[in-house]
Design a protein around this ligand. Structure first.
Ligand code: ATP
Length: 144
């Protein structure tokens, strides 16, 4: 197996957000280890991403076996299940991953993620909504 580079990134959860994130990182020349518990999701992305594995990311032992403890960065892109997202961040914290990014779907979810050790909390829907609002307004100004 190749040695883990400091630019390598773990992406957990290949929903719409996680799959686009993983694809973008790969195009930016980062090695991505993508993890999803759904065999269908793993199958769906295995042609486009170099390393896609099926595992339940709430299981610290499963992540350890995949070598996740050697990575400098991991992103938890699970959204719908607060429990799965929180337990996954906890597992990454226990493994000592130095930079944990996690997706929140509410302010309370964000607080829990931070309290179990997430270093960066992101709100993709809220951030995209805000960005598009600014984009629309700037385009409107172009026509004045
Ligand atoms: P999106 O909005 O990005 O499409 P979603 O909120 O619709 O995401 P989620 O339920 O958040 O969907 O799941 C995103 C992905 O995370 C799914 O592919 C799901 O299989 C995966 N996932 C959920 N729980 C776990 C887990 N415990 N371990 C690994 N992957 C998981």
């Amino acid at each position: 197996a190749r040695k883990t580079d400091e630019n390598d990134i773990v992406v957990i959860g290949l929903g719409r957000f996680g799959s686009h994130l993983a694809g973008s990182l790969a195009r930016l020349d980062h090695e991505v280890l993508a993890i999803d518990r759904s065999p269908e999701r793993v199958q769906r992305w295995s042609a486009e991403l170099d390393r896609v594995v099926q595992a339940d990311a709430t299981e610290e032992g499963a992540l350890r076996q995949l070598g996740v403890a050697e990575f400098q960065r991991a992103v938890v892109a699970i959204g719908a299940s607060v429990e799965a997202s929180v337990l996954t961040v906890l597992a990454l914290t226990e493994l000592g991953v130095p930079q944990i990014w996690a997706r929140a779907t509410s302010e309370k979810h964000a607080k829990i993620l931070a309290s179990v050790g997430a270093h960066h909390v992101i709100f993709p829907e809220a951030e995209t909504g805000e960005r598009v609002a600014h984009l629309i307004i700037s385009k409107m100004l172009d026509f004045i």
